[in-house]
Design a protein around this ligand. Sequence first.
Ligand code: B4P
Length: 190
Amino acid sequence: MRLVLLGAPGSGKGTQAARLKEHLQVPHISTGDLLRAEVAAGTPLGLQAKEVMARGDLVSDAILLGMLKDRFSRDDTKAGFILDGYPRNLAQAAALGDLLDSLGQKFDAAVQLTVDNEQIIERLAGRAKAEGRADDSPDSVRHRLNVYDQQTAPVIDFYRQHGQLTVVDGVGSLDEVFTRIIEAIQPGHD
Ligand code: B4P
């Protein structure tokens, strides 16, 4: 299974991807996690990304594509993947298409998790308290939602127009949302 998970910040992409990874037995590739690992390791790339992420802006397409190519060069992605956090703009959607073409792959589904902004703000405020992520501050969350509307929503429209989009209601318990995703991508399976 090759899955692309889409949705606003706080829509549950990372949360559900961790469960889907166990269920589908394919690697979870989170561009947010890859970037946070660079920041934590203090690499030059991490130093560049740190401020951009804290503000809630998108890190440069060139950095993201380099990281993604590197990750996809590993053998474990041949059998499938759950891509979480990429693509976040139309240029990234085109780059992902080119990358998969070059590997002779296509994704099976692009799943969008939908959650209203009020609930997103509540969830990320909860995570700010629990984990203290710099980009979960109220200012950064507001900005991330604007960036999402301006840059990522067109990606969703693009996949919808190409008949590649599956929309899943992301509101409910973690189990409920998980069951909806499985039903959407593997109808008839538990
Ligand atoms: P990400 O790491 O992708 O962060 P995110 O959008 O907040 O989603 P995440 O997956 O972590 O949260 P989730 O919804 O699971 O990106 C962080 C930053 O990295 C970006 O702002 C950007 O700067 C940079 N970046 C990443 N990818 C990039 C790209 N392609 N291009 C450029 N820059 C990029 O969970 C949120 C909270 O909700 C959690 O606390 C969770 O417990 C809770 N939750 C989840 N499901 C719930 C449910 N059903 N009910 C109640 N709470 C729930």
